[in-house]
Write a protein that binds this ligand. Structure first.
Ligand code: GLU
Length: 396
């Protein structure tokens, strides 16, 4: 029978990637504070104490009963560290150069952050650096308009198919609407659908509040120079928007200039890798933030969003990414890749140099190595991977 003392319990929290400052461990942390350092306490007594907390903290109970979603977190962290170090050594790709603010990003910057649906976290590399979310705002905006209008109305204005063309191609599908919400035309369309009766300021507040909630109530940033640059080099996006207006793709009453400015503002929201991993973990947790238990999106919205991230989220590499990695993801030209492992965890990879498909060079290398060693591919469950891959849910 396990015997605990204060020090052992504190170290258990750390080993499992949790922190006593986490909201959901508040009562547990207070209770630990009341323990005498010399006091020995049985497993049964710890569990009895946890069950008495006024708002019983499930997380502390899951921790003590060894029920966390990634039970062998130390082993997993060591493997992540190893892949991180190997990936850091590889070189390749080039930073985006269509605006000076992206062109000036450090080619060496590299961050990996993971947050599980129990809030277990790993942060490696440049985890305090902010970067703009760029195209990774697209699934969030899509989720917001799904919540606002429902799937049927939204998909009268945007399709479900991969386009097979560049993300900023001047093309529409055979119904004269954007192919999907993960490319520029579809993202501009989602912006036009979002809270159309609000002022520009309130609409942006609404998006910023959503990001804050997705990040576990941490404040997110906004990069004004990126926004101004995006606006200045916006001919292609304006061309796409005019083309869509000519074809009658927009809902009635749309002000194109406002919609495009709103889209550029969304692309210019800034986060760090740890924050983005919490966003991804919220998607992995059916739309409820694992750090605050706040429901931001409904499960139906998440199902639709992840489906389109899976088929269309990685530019013209989406098919191969789905084939080889097998996870819903969205990348952006700032070098971010947000990856969702449904029911398990969210991952954020950030490294600015991009490969020829526009995806982070190091980011792709990292996730391929991870999926080579862990059974995370959506269809890994179909084949027997016991001999070749580690099981992330295993307690052994
Ligand atoms: N702001 C970029 C554009 O509209 C988005 C690029 C991206 O991350 O795909 O061109």
């Amino acid at each position: 029978m396990t015997e605990w003392d204060k020090e052992k319990l504190v170290s258990l929290v750390r080993k499992q990637g949790l922190s006593l400052s986490q909201n959901k461990l508040h009562h547990f942390s207070q209770w630990l504070g009341s323990l005498d350092p010399e006091q020995k306490i049985s497993q049964a007594s710890v569990i009895k104490a946890i069950k008495k907390f006024k708002s019983p903290s499930n997380l502390a109970l899951r921790l003590l009963e060894d029920k966390l979603v990634v039970p062998r977190f130390t082993r997993f962290s060591q493997d992540i560290q190893e892949i991180f170090e190997l990936t850091q050594q590889i070189e390749g790709g080039a930073v985006a150069n269509y605006i000076p603010q992206l062109q000036r990003m450090s080619t060496d910057a590299f961050a990996v952050s993971i947050c599980t649906i129990d809030g277990q976290q790993i942060h490696l590399g440049d985890s305090d650096q902010y970067f703009c979310v760029q195209s990774s705002c697209k699934p969030i905006n899509y989720g917001l308009v799904l919540e606002e209008h429902g799937e049927e109305l939204v998909h009268q204005h945007v399709g479900h198919e991969p386009s097979g063309s560049m993300f900023n191609e001047l093309s529409l599908n055979d119904k004269c609407i954007p192919h999907n919400p993960m490319i520029n035309s579809g993202a501009i369309m989602c912006c036009s659908l979002m809270k159309p009766h609000l002022s520009m300021a309130d609409r942006f507040d609404y998006v910023m509040d959503t990001w804050k909630a997705l990040c576990g109530e941490h404040k997110v940033g906004f990069n004004n120079p990126v926004y101004l640059s995006e606006r200045q080099s916006s001919d292609r996006n304006f061309a796409i928007a005019y083309f869509m207006r000519e074809k009658g793709a927009f809902p009635p009453g749309v002000n194109l200039k406002n919609v495009l400015e709103f889209y550029f503002q969304c692309c210019s929201i800034e986060v760090t890798a740890p924050l983005m991993s919490i966003v991804a973990a919220t998607l992995a947790n059916s739309g409820t933030c694992p750090l605050t238990d706040r429901a931001i999106f409904g499960p139906g919205t998440i199902k639709d969003t992840l489906s389109l991230m899976y088929s269309c989220g990685m530019y013209n590499f989406s098919g191969e990414f789905a084939f080889k990695v097998g996870l819903p993801a969205k990348s952006g030209v700032s070098g971010v890749i947000m990856i969702v492992v449904p029911g398990i965890m969210g991952i954020c990879l950030w490294s600015p140099p991009l490969d020829t498909t526009g995806n982070s060079y190091k980011g792709l290398h990292f996730i391929r190595s991870l999926v080579d060693s862990y059974n995370l591919h959506t269809y890994d469950t179909i084949v027997s991977t016991e001999q070749t891959k580690k099981d992330i849910r295993s307690k052994k």
